[in-house]
Design a protein around this ligand. Structure first.
Ligand SMILES: Cc1cc2nc3c(=O)[nH]c(=O)nc-3n(C[C@H](O)[C@H](O)[C@H](O)COP(=O)(O)OP(=O)(O)OC[C@H]3O[C@@H](n4cnc5c(N)ncnc54)[C@H](O)[C@@H]3O)c2cc1C
Length: 474
């Protein structure tokens, strides 16, 4: 007689949850899946932060992430595996700038804003001579002092205020919507990796030299990242997995070796659970398992951003030719933190009538509290974008179409010490509810590729646990 298969419930149908479900049903090592899988999603939308919708006459323009890091092997491999090989594309070679008293092309040879040589900085008009000399002294400084796991402290110690304020903070802060002084260095792998040698600049130069042959940095399906979550959804369902939408999990209770998952309308039993929902949401339904864990999750902080997408016309748009967009460092910021010239960055985002798609981000962690841009109405947001872009670039844009996406509490903020807190939460789960595991943007990496890597790792652990113990880890 066949053993009943173990039931794994994945909470959240963002990229982490969908990848975990797909991998449980289609293990990377080619083995036959040993589980039944149910994904439970609170909203009606499958994909979480990945959301692609028609805009400017194009079938799909992303409202959230527009690409994943191509150099993380798991992401590209997954996209190809689910059938997207021929639709994948990379950004053009348009360059990005920093707005600081005018637009300055980002110097070549940076790693997450960290210089790998003094020459490209010397040629840039972005830093003062004083700032350039301070940065150039880095290789002769003694090893780093105590940076207290802060990106900002570390970069200022090594390269001085200007490299931090005008390069690293806009670049890293732009990715994480973060105030990098209050952001964990250990959670930004490319920077954490540079802390090992005595000179950060020389270590960064060696890393960059080793990486030059590895191709484009970003990759995405031409019809938008929604194609990836749609293909994963198909794969999960085709392999017999269930995806329940509009079904918020309200509580998880332990019942001996299994778990009971409650929703407003039903409950179901699971042998193993992978929690991929944002920390603050997970806190409430994990409380019956451990109030200590729930308190830790509930106090995690998140930044809100608004993404304004416009199709713009204007007689001077040609002045943006060759530019993929620009970042606004904090000393120069009003509301706009970055503007991406989408039609220059992506060849396939071209409306074909001389107009241009732009995606403009407003809001970040640590912005003044009166600055709740997500509460502004659409017209006010679009007016703000037009005004600030005129001030930044001298170009008057006329939006002929716009779309506003409010991403409230959407960027987890990894405070210094974040990884130690994650380890404590995992230790609590190990002792109180060993069949429950955390993964996703709230845990060990915000980027799409990092979420995919986490999902593959946690699903391999779950599959192995079930294979070893027949359902049970404890
Ligand atoms: C505007 C924006 C731009 C970005 N740009 C990029 C980019 O270009 N490249 C990149 O790599 N990354 C980017 N990111 C980051 C990346 O998109 C996210 O970190 C990642 O998609 C998060 O995936 P996830 O599966 O961990 O979480 P989510 O996508 O948040 O999915 C979690 C799911 O859990 C569900 N959920 C919540 N509570 C419950 C509950 N009680 N019961 C059941 N389900 C629940 C939610 O509805 C959600 O669908 C961007 C993010 C944003 C917001």
């Amino acid at each position: 007689m066949n053993e009943p298969r173990a039931h794994v419930v994945v909470i959240g149908a963002g990229i982490t949850g969908l990848t975990a479900a797909h991998r449980l049903l289609n293990p990377l090592d080619g083995s036959t899946s040993n589980v039944r899988v149910t994904v439970i999603e609170s909203s009606s939308h499958i994909g979480g932060k990945i959301r692609t919708s028609p805009f400017a006459g194009l079938g799909g323009v992303d409202e959230g992430p527009d690409s994943y890091l191509a150099r993380v092997p798991a992401a590209g491999r997954l996209a190809r595996e689910v059938g997207l090989t021929t639709s994948l594309t990379n950004p053009t070679d348009a360059h990005a700038s920093v707005m600081h008293g005018g637009l300055h092309r980002i110097p070549d040879g940076l790693m997450m804003g960290v210089p790998t040589g003094a020459m490209s900085l010397a040629r840039s008009g972005l830093l003062t001579w004083r700032g350039k000399i301070r940065a150039a002294l880095e290789p002769v400084l003694p090893s780093s002092g105590d940076h207290r796991d802060s990106v900002g402290n570390f970069v200022r110690q090594r390269f001085g205020r200007e490299v931090h304020e005008l390069l690293v903070d806009p670049l890293v802060g732009g990715i994480y919507a973060a105030d990098t002084t209050n952001f964990s260095l250990a959670t930004v792998p490319q920077l954490a990796d540079l802390t090992h040698g005595r000179s950060v600049l020389l270590t960064a130069r060696r890393r960059r030299a080793a990486a030059t042959s590895s191709g484009p940095v970003f990759e995405t399906p031409r019809s938008g990242l929604g194609a990836l979550t749609a293909a994963l959804t198909d794969s999960v369902r085709r392999r017999g997995g269930d995806i329940l939408t509009e079904t918020p999990v309200t509580a998880i209770r332990r019942e001996g070796h299994t778990y009971r998952i409650e929703t407003p309308t039903s409950s179901l039993d699971a042998d193993q659970i992978i929690v991929t929902s944002p920390a603050a949401m997970s806190a409430s339904f994990l409380r019956p398992l451990s109030s200590e864990l729930a308190d830790m999750l509930a106090t995690s902080e998140h930044a809100s951003v608004v993404m304004v997408t416009v199709r713009a016309t204007g007689s001077d748009l040609a002045r943006f030719d060759g530019m993929s967009g620009y970042l606004v460092p904090k000393p120069d910021q009003r509301r706009v933190t970055a503007a991406s010239f989408g039609s220059n960055k992506w060849a396939h985002w071209n409306p074909g009538d001389g107009s241009m798609i732009m995606r403009v981000s407003l809001g970040r962690d640590g912005a003044p509290t009166h600055d709740l841009v997500h509460e502004w109405d659409d017209d006010r947001l679009v007016r703000q974008v037009v005004d600030e872009m005129r001030d930044h670039t001298g170009v008057d844009i006329t939006p002929v179409e716009h779309r506003v996406t409010r991403w409230e509490h959407s960027f987890p903020q990894y405070r210094p010490g974040h990884l130690a807190r994650v380890a404590s939460m995992e230790a609590i789960l190990m002792s109180r509810a060993p069949g429950v595991r955390l993964a996703g943007a709230s845990v060990r990496g915000i980027g799409v590729a990092s979420c995919i890597t986490q999902a593959e790792s946690v699903s391999a652990t779950v599959s192995a646990t079930i294979a070893d113990t027949g359902h049970l880890r404890d």
